[in-house]
Write a protein that binds this ligand. Structure first.
Ligand code: CTP
Length: 466
C-alpha cells in the first residue's frame, strides 16, 4: 500500500488535508490513509469526501468571472498551478476538472489547495454528479479553458467524443472555450492535428499558443510548447470581456425583495422575501449585456455586480423609482410588494396600554407596481411578473397575467413547506398567452439564467419577424 508522511507535504497541501480531515472529523494521518486506500487501483477520490454542499458551490456560482479549467495529461500540466495563481489574483473563481492522464502529472490535492474548491476527476462520481451534475458544471462557468490540451483531447473535441467528465463537460458546454495546446512538435504538425485544429476553429473554439521552443524531451524543439501561464491568463481576461452580450443595448428594470411598510418608528409590515430571486435575475440580465436598474426593498444579501441598484423601503417608493427608470425594454417585477400599508404612520412609538389589548390597525392598499406598468403609456416591451401562490397556481397565475396586463407570469408555489421564500430553490411555471412551460425545481440562479435565455430568444424571434 502506498504511504505518505504528512509532515513532508508542502504547506498548501497540508492545509487542504487539514481542512478535509476537520470536515470529516478525522485526524490528518487517518484522512491521508483513507485517501490512499481509496486511490489504490482506481482514480483518486474527490478531495472533499463529503462535498461541502452549498458553500463552495455558492462561492463559485456567485463569483464574477468563473473559469472551468480542464487539465489534460501532459508534462505542462504543472503550469496550471501558476495559471490558477494568476487567475485568483485577478479575482476569478476557478473550478478544476482533471482527466485521468492529468493525474499522472499533478495531484488533485495541490490543485484543490490553490483553487479552494473540490477538484473533479470522474464522470461517475456519484456525490459530485448529484450535487453539481456535468451539465450544470459546464454551464455555470463563464469560460471553459482546456490546458494543456493534448493531441488526444483535441481529437476527442473535434470528433464529439464524450467518455469522461472532461470531454462530457466540453460537449455539454454552451460557453466560450479556450484551448491551450501542448504537445510534441511532430504531433502538432501531424495532418490529423492540423485537421482537428481547423475543425475546432470552425466550431468557434479559441486558441492560445502553442509557442515555439525547447520541449521537455531532451533534444526536441519546435512549435508545441504550452503558452506561459501569464499569457493564458491574459487571453482569458480578453475572452471574458468579449463574452456574448445578447441583450446589449436593452434596458431592464427589476424589482426585488420585500417592502417594509412602517406602522410607527420601530414597527413595520413585511414578508419573508429574501431578494435572492430578484437579485439573481438582475445579475443574469446584466451579465447578458442589458443595462439593469434594480429597485430593491430591504434585504440582507450583497448587491449584484452587473446592475445599478436603488434601495427603497416602501411600495410607494419602489413604484416611484420604477416609473422614474422608464422607458425600458424589459421589466421583471420580482419583489414581494406588501399589498397593504398602515393607513396612519405614528410619529412616536405606539405605547402598549396595560390590560386594554392591542389597538386595531387600519390598513390601506398599496399601489400595484406591475399592474401600473401594464397600463402605463410607456409600458415596457416585455413585461414579466411573478405570482406567489399557495394554491391553484396556474389559475391564479393566469388571472394575474390578464389583470396586470403582463406578457409572462412566473408562477411559483410559496407554501411554507416548499421553502421558496428565503430559500435557494424555486419551481416555476412560465405562463404566457402561448401556453405554459413547467420548469423543474432548480437553484434561483439557474431560474434566472433560464429566464434570461427565454428573454434573449424572445427578442431574437422578434427581430426575425420584423
Ligand atoms: N406586485 C406589484 N405590486 C404590488 C403587488 C404585487 O408589483 N403591490 C407584483 C409582484 O412583484 C409580482 C406580481 O405583482 O410580480 C404578483 O404578486 P403577488 O404577490 O403574487 O400577487 P398580488 O398581486 O399581491 O395578489 P395576491 O396577494 O392576491 O396573490
Amino acid at each position: 500500500m502506498p504511504s505518505i508522511t504528512v509532515r513532508n507535504l508542502d504547506e498548501d497541501t497540508k492545509q487542504a488535508l487539514r481542512e478535509r480531515a476537520a470536515r470529516n472529523g478525522r485526524s490528518m494521518e487517518e484522512e491521508a490513509r483513507l485517501m490512499l486506500a481509496a486511490t489504490e487501483g482506481q482514480s483518486p477520490p474527490p478531495l472533499t469526501a463529503k462535498p461541502s454542499t452549498t458553500e463552495h458551490e455558492d462561492a463559485f456560482s456567485k463569483a464574477d468571472n468563473r473559469i472551468l479549467l480542464i487539465i489534460g495529461g501532459g508534462i505542462a500540466a504543472y503550469k496550471c498551478l501558476e495559471l490558477i495563481r494568476h487567475l485568483k489574483k485577478k479575482e476569478m473563481a476557478v473550478r478544476v476538472i482533471m482527466t485521468r492522464a492529468a493525474q499522472e502529472f499533478i495531484t488533485p490535492l495541490s490543485l484543490e489547495a490553490l483553487s479552494h474548491d473540490k477538484v473533479l476527476t470522474n464522470l461517475f462520481e456519484r456525490e459530485a454528479e448529484h450535487d453539481i451534475g456535468h451539465i450544470r458544471l459546464s454551464r455555470e462557468a463563464d469560460l471553459v479553458v482546456v490546458a494543456p490540451a493534448t493531441a488526444d483531447l483535441m481529437a476527442k473535441m473535434a470528433n464529439g467524443l464524450a467518455d469522461d467528465l472532461a470531454s462530457t463537460c466540453l460537449m455539454a458546454s454552451d460557453k466560450p472555450i479556450l484551448v491551450v495546446p501542448a504537445m510534441n512538435p511532430a504531433m502538432w504538425a501531424h495532418p490529423a492535428t492540423r485537421r482537428n485544429v481547423k475543425t475546432l476553429e470552425g466550431d468557434g473554439i479559441h486558441f492560445v499558443g502553442p509557442n515555439s521552443g525547447e520541449m521537455a524531451e531532451s533534444g526536441e524543439a519546435g512549435v508545441g510548447r504550452m503558452a506561459e501561464p501569464l499569457e493564458i491568463a491574459n487571453a482569458i481576461t480578453g475572452l471574458l470581456d468579449s463574452s456574448p452580450k445578447p441583450l446589449a443595448g436593452r434596458r431592464a428594470i427589476v424589482t426585488s425583495g420585500p417592502t417594509h411598510e412602517p406602522i410607527d418608528p420601530v414597527r413595520y409590515i413585511a414578508n419573508r422575501s429574501s431578494g435572492k430571486q430578484g437579485h439573481a435575475i438582475a445579475e443574469a440580465l446584466g451579465r447578458a449585456g442589458a443595462e439593469v436598474i434594480l429597485v430593491s426593498g430591504p434585504v440582507n444579501i450583497p448587491d449584484p455586480k452587473h446592475a445599478e441598484i436603488i434601495h427603497v423601503q416602501t411600495a410607494r417608493e419602489m413604484q416611484k423609482m420604477v416609473e422614474t427608470a422608464l422607458p425600458a425594454d424589459i421589466a421583471v417585477m420580482v419583489a414581494a410588494v406588501a399589498d397593504w400599508r398602515s393607513a396612519e404612520t405614528a410619529d412616536e412609538k405606539m405605547k402598549k396600554q396595560d390590560g386594554k389589548g392591542p389597538d386595531s390597525l387600519a390598513l390601506t392598499e398599496n399601489p400595484d407596481i406591475l399592474k401600473g406598468l401594464g397600463h402605463h403609456h410607456n409600458r415596457p416591451q416585455l413585461l414579466i411578473g411573478f405570482a406567489a401562490e399557495t394554491e391553484k397556481l396556474e389559475e391564479h397565475g393566469r388571472a394575474k397575467l390578464k389583470r396586470k396586463k403582463a406578457d409572462w407570469i412566473l408562477a411559483n408555489d410559496v407554501s411554507a413547506e416548499n421553502g421558496v421564500m428565503g430559500g435557494d430553490n424555486n419551481t416555476i411555471r412560465l405562463l404566457s398567452n402561448k401556453g405554459v412551460e413547467a420548469w423543474p425545481t432548480m437553484d434561483k440562479t439557474e431560474v434566472a439564467e433560464r429566464l434570461v435565455e427565454r428573454i434573449v430568444a424572445h427578442f431574437e424571434t422578434e427581430t426575425v419577424e420584423t
